[in-house]
Design a protein around this ligand. Sequence first.
Ligand code: GAR
Length: 203
Amino acid sequence: MLKLGVLISGRGSNMAAIADNIESGQLLAKIEVVISNIEGAGGIELAKNRGLNTQVIPHNDYPSRDEFETALVSALQHYDLDLIVLAGFMRVIGPNLLAPYKGKIINMHPSILPAFNGLNAQKQALEYGCKVAGCTVHFVDEELDTGPIIGQATVRVKETDTQDSLSARILLEEHRLFSDAIQMIADGRVSVSGRRVHIRKEI
Ligand code: GAR
């Protein structure tokens, strides 16, 4: 059973979708802890209501990214985690977090990477005039949103779309894609060579 540490900054719908899929038996994993860098993040309440372990480590309490990440790692190391899941965790990942969990951190980003990395990806896609948008689940490396891609899902951009309507449709895909990726990792079907992630077929 893959043991997950989930990092969030906001409402936590991706975390909740993962927890739902675990509860329904669709995803064979366990959320050991949910940690937020934001006090009052909605996702922490959601996680508490489900009886999950939660912790808040505000990044603002630390003078530097390195010190924040050192605190984060020491919290994570209370648990014997197999995978760190960035589910709307709105911090750039530095070496102090990356080093102890190299190859074991995955992130969901609401665009078809490498297009539109960084903030407000859905807005960027809409303003660019894309006809297709979507989301990417990828391993985390030293740069922003650049790590090897595990999976992507697309949605059509409609004439009538606003940032909210497009984001909502992408979010539904995120919820499915995240659990699928975690299950494939849990099943030992995922390997990385260079930039390419290979997914072994289900037997
Ligand atoms: C999601 O759309 C996720 O892809 C995005 O933040 C949202 C979090 O929603 N993440 C990023 O933009 C990371 N660069 P949630 O809190 O409801 O899961």
